[in-house]
Design a protein around this ligand. Sequence first.
Ligand code: FES
Length: 130
Amino acid sequence: MYHCFIHFYLVGLERDESEALQEMPAFENFVHMFTESAQPDLSLAARADVILADLRMDAETIAAALHAAGIRRLGHSPELHRPRGLFCAIGNCSSCFMTVNGQPNVRVCVTRVKNGMRVEEQHGKGVVVT
Ligand code: FES
């Protein structure tokens, strides 16, 4: 008897979706392992045998939702207090930092919007919540 491992990587799934997948019985002679993250992580993806990602087109980012609502200024620069908005729009800079649900320095260009989120302009460099 042998056992093989299958490493599933779950990206951006809702909690109930993730739990349902993890509760499914493993394939015969296989052991299922799971890792998950809200945003894609290349190092986790590289170790996975199977990647299950939520690619729904209606799951827009916070920045896209704000842009659709006509909001272009996402904050101010920490030192000169100049207005900031989208710059790279792919999560590689700090131009779109906002405070989301009390957490500062969230890149809203790559963070998906969800019901009930509290999104605020960030003042200064943000108070780091521990
Ligand atoms: S605009 Fe550059 S990280 Fe969001």
